[in-house]
Design a protein around this ligand. Structure first.
Ligand code: ADP
Length: 467
């Protein structure tokens, strides 16, 4: 059964269920016909016996026939095709029997005191017989009326019915098996086609799509889901390809500039100051590469899901103060003023290290893209069941068309400006990945020439409550 094809399995199951149902229906039909035929005979025999009883009298302990009317009816005569045999008996002898019995007699059961039906034989032919005891006024049995009919026709009807039922049963079942097998085979054919088509899609031709069936049934939606899945896979593969090519490009740029610097420096001997300058350039490039490889590592580590996430309870002010201390030098270099607007301290429950990195990346960008002598504001507040942090700067801002792309890997808005700041376009994609994993909502608002603000909404759980 395990290795049977789908259509065979459907056909076999259907055949099994139909066989049980048919068996029940056939048994019911046979039982109903059997009961109807015998009930009919019982009623006829009893009516006949009652009529005979009316023509009998019990006198002086003996039984007499007082009316011959019933005895004269043709079905009791000699040549009757559908004969009814009748006989009246006393306890020790016969009173009268119908002429169609000839030399034979109906068998009497002397001890019987109530009406009974029997199967018997006469001239070795089956008959169905009623014995009707005749009693006097005091209930004493004085004799019996016997009425019988041949069973041949009835038995023939029942035997014929049985034969038809028994023969038709396997024929119908086998026919049903083949019909169901054929129908199930036809119904499963589109699925087989689908399987074949899907089998043809390989890593080389994943642009190929499965043809959609015309009718909008389950198969249509299955095919559509498979096509959508292939499209998503195709997108993911392309993204990965793009990522690898972008990453190698980003690593090659500082490497080729370092190579150039080293080749020129080695061409002839130079003074100390020259080497000093070039070593600074090399150090700058090495720093860029080290930041980039660190960012790539972050993305790779958290690519697979949330297995590295820790849930810790800590204060939001603590994390913001730590960031301030870390970036103090950078702020001083550009004479930027950090305006901290904390309404009150908020306890939060999240991954300390990941949130640190999110805030650090946004603050670093704010510092990078702010003109000197401007202000950066960090505001905290609670909003419904969230702790919110808003980081705003007064930099050049981002074009509205570019705003939803800044979270893409390696995306740098306003290329010429970004080139000067020396970033790689990975910082905000790490922020997006981390906020997604931590369930933090992030929103970027910007106006060209006015500034940019990022709002983070951290969910407050029961354990992390406001102080
Ligand atoms: P990068 O390493 O270039 O900073 P990010 O992923 O951190 O990469 O940022 C992507 C781009 O978004 C940046 O190149 C910049 O164009 C834009 N951007 C991010 N933050 C700001 C900001 N505060 N002001 C203006 N532009 C910004």
């Amino acid at each position: 059964m395990k290795n049977l094809s789908f259509n065979r399995r459907v056909a076999l199951n259907f055949m099994g269920a139909t066989a049980i149902m048919m068996l029940l229906i056939y048994l019911t039909i046979y039982a109903v016909v059997y009961r109807t035929v015998y009930n009919h005979m019982n009623n006829d025999l009893l009516a006949e016996a009652r009529e005979l009883r009316e023509g009998l009298t019990v006198q002086n302990d003996s039984l007499f026939i007082t009316s011959q009317r019933e005895w004269r009816e043709p079905e009791h005569g000699l040549l009757e095709i559908n004969p009814i045999f009748i006989q009246v008996s006393r306890p020790h002898g016969l009173v009268k029997k119908s002429p169609n019995l000839g030399q034979d007699k109906l068998y009497v059961r002397p001890s019987l005191t109530e009406i009974r039906y029997f199967k018997d034989t006469i001239k070795s032919k089956p008959i169905y017989q009623l014995q009707f005891p005749v009693t006097d006024a005091s209930g004493q049995k004085k004799g019996d009326i016997l009425v019988a009919v041949p069973l041949k026709d009835t038995q023939m009807v029942l035997v014929n019915l049985r034969t038809v039922l028994i023969l038709s049963f396997p024929i119908i079942i086998v026919l049903l098996f083949f019909i169901t097998n054929y129908i199930a085979g036809r119904s499963i054919a589109p699925v087989n086609n689908l399987m074949r088509e899907a089998g043809n899609i390989t890593g080389k031709n994943y642009t190929h799509r499965l043809p959609l069936p015309k009718r909008k049934d389950e198969l249509y939606y299955l095919t559509k889901s498979i096509n959508d899945l292939i499209a998503r896979l195709q997108e993911a593969i392309q993204r990965e390809k793009q990522f690898t090519s972008d990453a190698s490009h980003e690593l090659r740029t500082p490497l080729s500039s370092m190579k150039g610097v080293l080749e020129v420096a080695l061409r002839k001997s130079r003074n100390q100051e020259y080497y000093h300058d070039k070593l600074y350039i090399l150090l700058d490039e090495v720093n860029k590469m080290s930041t980039l490889s660190e960012q790539l590592l972050w993305l790779a580590r958290y690519e697979q899901g949330n297995q590295n996430i820790k849930q810790e309870k800590f204060s939001l002010l603590e994390i913001l103060h730590q960031q301030y201390e870390l970036l103090e030098d950078e702020l001083h270099k550009k004479s930027l003023y950090l305006n901290l607007e904390f309404c009150k301290d908020i306890d939060i429950m999240t991954d300390w290290m990941m949130l640190n990195r999110i805030i650090q990346n946004i603050l670093t960008n704010a510092i990078k893209f702010s003109p000197e002598n401007t202000e950066i504001t960090v505001k905290t507040f609670t909003k419904e069941k969230h702790a919110a942090i808003e980081i705003s700067d007064h930099g050049d801002g981002i074009d509205p068309q570019e705003l939803d792309k800044i979270f893409d890997r390696f995306y740098q808005a306003d290329n010429s400006r970004s080139a000067q700041t020396g970033g790689s376009g990975l910082g905000l994609s790490i922020v997006k990945r981390f906020t997604d994993l931590l369930g933090i909502a992030i929103q970027a608002k910007s106006r060209k020439g006015e500034g940019t603000s990022f709002i983070l909404e951290i969910p407050l759980t029961d354990q992390a409550s406001r102080i």
